[in-house]
Design a protein around this ligand. Structure first.
Ligand code: ZN
Length: 343
């Protein structure tokens, strides 16, 4: 396990053209080259992810299920895809500016993902006014999902990656600032919604994560809850993340302390005497933030209990989600402990 400092080697390329701002959707005709055939979709992350699957699956040599691994398909590489563009309606997944696709296979009881250099959108139109018709719950889901995308790339261990850290902290602070106004569905303040839309995109267009350790355990545990009980993706994350912070406190200690000090401004000159008190307060503030947006933070908030945990842990093992985390040491027993801490 490499814990030494220094940004890891990386290659980075993001080919998606972003067209952002007021009254931009009408420009869609200008973005498609003459005589070109381009799939166009209008929607949120799940719709975009579905089109990525279609775009790659339509020209895949073999059974498209084999684009996926995770105990479901063979995990074969995707070498081509049809071109597609998106018009974003629900900021949350950043799928409009990344190559990742998460798809649920109901009959296989699996919510799994694939990614390929060929599944970036050719272009995405981000018009903040498109969010004005969203209900509070969807707006809250977008804020929370974005928050946790940043946390999965940030809350690991420090390697002295200053740009990635400060960029992540800036996104988190922005979401904390604008969250209460964003979830006010009648507040159609353009500046607020513009900040929301661009923050959500930057949370997972990979700009904050090149060369840094990441931990997608919260998503892995949340996906099983969505699959088994139909709970909104972001709401599962709001339940899992605080418990993850508590159970993995020792492994994530240094970054939790940095998170407390820099994101929540819990400084050493505060009344809190120990580092652990600062960390615990940061976890509490994170929970309070999710609650203020109307999200659940416990199993009991969504009418689940201890008897639901074994099935979730079994599904994680079935989907090969063992030995995950930034250290590759997160076992099914750790998953059980996190679910239990979330009761
Ligand atoms: Zn997510």
């Amino acid at each position: 396990m490499r814990l030494e400092k220094g940004i890891r080697n990386f290659e980075f390329q993001n080919p998606t053209k972003i067209v952002f701002g007021k009254d931009q959707i009408k420009r869609i005709g200008d973005l498609i080259p003459q005589d070109a055939k381009v799939l166009i979709l209008y929607g949120g992350g799940s719709v975009i992810d579905g089109v990525k699957f279609v775009a790659a699956g339509a020209v895949f040599d073999g059974n498209p299920i084999d684009m996926f691994g995770s105990g479901v398909g063979k995990g074969l590489p995707v070498t081509k895809a049809l071109p597609f563009g998106t018009v974003l309606t629900l900021p949350a997944t950043a799928s409009e500016m990344n190559n990742n696709s998460v798809v649920t296979f109901v009959e296989k009881q699996a919510k799994i993902s694939f990614a390929s250099p060929h599944t970036y959108p050719q272009f995405s139109i981000l018009e903040p006014e498109a969010t004005y018709t969203l209900p509070k719950r969807q707006l809250a889901n977008g804020v929370i999902d974005s928050f946790i995308h940043v946390m999965e790339a940030y809350l690991t261990y420090p390697i002295d990656a200053r740009v990635q850290d400060r960029w992540a902290e800036g996104l988190l602070q922005t979401l904390i600032e604008i969250g209460p106004d964003v979830v006010d569905e009648d507040n159609h303040d353009y500046a607020t919604r513009a900040n929301f839309m661009w923050t959500a995109t930057n949370a997972l267009n990979r700009f904050i994560s090149p060369g840094v350790p990441q931990d997608w355990s919260t998503h892995a545990l949340g996906h099983e809850m969505t699959l088994a009980f139909g709970i909104d993706h972001a709401r599962t994350l709001a339940i899992v993340l605080p418990a993850m912070m508590k159970v993995r406190k020792q492994q994530k200690w240094d970054k939790l302390l940095q998170y407390a000090e820099r994101v929540w401004d819990i400084r050493s000159d505060s009344d809190l005497t120990s580092d652990e008190e600062k960390i615990d307060l940061a976890i509490k503030k994170t929970e309070d933030f999710f609650v203020s947006l109307g999200a659940p933070i416990r199993f009991s908030d969504v009418e689940l209990g201890e008897s639901d945990i074994p099935g979730l842990v079994e599904a994680l093992v079935r989907h090969e989600k063992e030995n995950i985390s930034e250290r590759g040491d997160f076992t099914s027993e750790d998953a059980r402990a996190v679910y239990t801490a979330a009761l």
